[in-house]
Ligand binder design. Structure first.
Ligand SMILES: [Zn+2]
Length: 406
């Protein structure tokens, strides 16, 4: 029997999602522009826009002065205040919750300092759910939450979001998403992804890597995480643990790593390595702070001309350059983006990174390569979690909205 093609209704649903995705990622877009980008006729675009407007997902308005004669094409913009998602970010030092509107607008956020050491699942989930309730109470009555997702600094199983292992949080097999969903009690599953993977997704859709189909994102927290986008798709691997570039060995027999190996990129470039290089050379004052403050202190001292701080940055820059060279040789990216604390570390050691890259890669691989810092900064992982939470509503806007509004 011949399989029937998609029905009119299925095509309409698909087109509604595509149109919403265009304005969600691209911002206000004229009807004329949507017509040409989606390859549909004007009356179809008008009908789709009318449906999305009636659902409160977009609104139409006259564009600002175009300077052109004739009737201007109406501009379609995402309705960011009515429909939102909850985005969470679990890092080594902090817990963040945010309410993010259509169009990627961060409408509200709460955060707490997390003490280092073992992750307390119950307490962390209670804190994040409390933040979500506080933010929801401040919304208007007709506001709808259409999804929830979290970025977690650990390896996350693709099938069910279980956090399999997180050396820096001393955690194994934690059902974080399931517990947070229960505690939220909003009837919403919480999708979980690796933080650096979601950072890569955010940079690819909204940041430095917008428009690039092949990119590598490196995220510095206490450890180093990574996310790799190949031909427009995030590389997940068989079970979702792909892109763990922090545990790529760059120095066999080097510094011990939390994962049990030696000389991983994370062990040689992470916070501990930088602070120990700066501290063991006799400038304990630089290592007094930890986390972002500690790294910032070293980078600032190096900027002021402190030779020991400069040397510490150069040493980690050498290993970072070797790691980047390996990634460039394997993936031939258009851009390598340094995010989180690696932004500062890269800026303080760019010459070492470049020099290692030049030694270890063929010029052909560098012809189109750019090295950049993250535009989204510390928000990259949170923005990536929000994009993950928007997935369903962008696939079938009216169906999801109808289900959530009941
Ligand atoms: Zn390791």
């Amino acid at each position: 029997m011949l399989r029937a093609g998609p029905s009119q209704e299925e095509i309409r649903r698909h087109n509604l999602g595509t149109l919403l995705r265009h304005v969600h990622l691209g911002g206000p877009t004229s009807r004329a522009e949507l017509t040409s980008r989606m390859g549909l006729n004007r009356s179809t675009i008008m009908a789709l826009t009318a449906d999305l407007t009636a659902a409160g997902l977009v609104r139409e308005e006259l564009p600002k002065e175009t300077g052109r004669a004739g009737r201007p094409s109406l501009v379609v913009r995402p309705e960011s205040s009515r429909v939102y998602v909850l985005a969470f970010d679990v890092g080594v030092d902090r817990l963040v919750a945010a309410r993010v509107g259509l169009g990627g607008v961060i409408l509200d956020r709460r955060w707490a300092v997390r003490p280092r050491g073992a992750f307390d699942l119950n307490e962390s989930v209670a804190t994040l759910a409390g933040f979500a309730r506080q933010m929801h109470r401040k919304t208007r009555a007709d506001t709808v939450c259409v999804g929830a997702a979290a970025a977690f600094c650990g390896a996350v199983r693709k099938t069910d979001g279980l956090v399999r292992f997180s050396p820096n949080l001393e955690m194994e097999d934690g059902p974080f998403g399931e517990e947070l969903s229960k505690r939220l009690a909003m009837g919403l599953p919480v999708t979980v992804g690796n933080d650096a993977n979601l950072g890569a997704l955010a940079e690819h859709t909204r940041g430095t890597g917008t428009g690039c189909r092949d990119l590598v994102y490196l995220h510095g927290d206490v450890g180093i995480g990574g996310g790799i986008v190949v031909n427009g798709q995030l590389l997940g691997g068989a079970a979702g643990y792909g892109g763990e570039v922090g545990h790529m060995v760059v120095n066999p027999g080097g510094r011990p790593c939390g994962c049990g190996s030696h000389g991983c990129l994370e062990a040689e470039v992470g916070e501990r390595a930088l602070l120990e290089h700066a501290g063991s050379s006799g400038i304990q004052r630089l290592a007094a702070g930890r986390g972002r403050d500690g790294i910032h202190a070293v980078v600032e001292a190096a900027d002021r001309g402190d030779i020991i701080a400069q040397d510490a940055l150069h040493r980690v820059g050498d290993w970072l350059g070797i790691g980047v060279a390996n990634l460039v040789n394997v993936f031939n990216p258009e851009v390598v983006i340094f995010g989180g604390t690696l932004r500062e570390i890269y800026l303080g050691s760019a010459a070492q990174v470049r020099s290692r890259l030049n030694l270890a890669t063929h010029p052909a691989l560098r012809e189109t390569l750019r090295l950049r810092t993250s535009e989204l900064g510390d928000d990259a992982t949170l923005v990536g979690a929000a994009e993950l939470a928007f997935t369903k509503v962008l696939a079938d806007p009216l169906e999801v909205l109808a289900r959530m509004s009941v």
